[in-house]
Design a protein around this ligand. Structure first.
Ligand code: CU
Length: 134
């Protein structure tokens, strides 16, 4: 290997690849503390935000802004409520334009899915120690 390849070309390629990777991943992180509105935007087949972090007693609203039916299904098996009374046992149809509200009283991690599109999922994390950002 000559000096050009060893000291200029290879480090240059390495630097170029590293910088491209940094550029590709440097997205601003959305602050999801104390958000309580989860929407399904048209055509996205996803809940947004996918994960939220709230205090116990927060009323959460899901809104279907899509043009097709969705179905909100909490998954007790994939949730980690500290209490045995896993709070939300929700099976709720969400037709276009519908909104559904539920208050989650207990600390825990609650996972939910769309009963129609199984790639759609979301998570509500409920904890006492959520900084008041809003
Ligand atoms: Cu769906």
């Amino acid at each position: 290997m000559n000096k050009f390849v060893r000291y200029i070309l290879l480090p240059g390629i390495f630097l170029f690849i590293s910088l491209s990777m940094v550029k590709g991943t440097a997205r601003p992180v959305k602050d999801v503390r104390n958000l309580n509105l989860i929407s399904i935007e048209k055509g996205t087949l996803s809940f947004s935000p996918k994960v939220i972090l709230v205090k116990p007693g927060t009323t959460i609203t899901w809104v279907n802004q899509d043009t097709q039916d969705h179905f909100l299904m909490f998954s007790p098996a994939a949730s980690n409520a500290k209490s045995n009374e896993a709070d939300p046992m929700i099976n709720e149809p969400l037709p276009p334009g519908a909104r559904f509200q539920h208050k989650i009283a207990r600390v825990g991690i609650y996972t939910y899915f769309c009963g129609i599109h199984n790639q759609m999922w979301g998570m509500v994390m409920v904890d006492e120690n959520v900084a008041s950002t809003r």
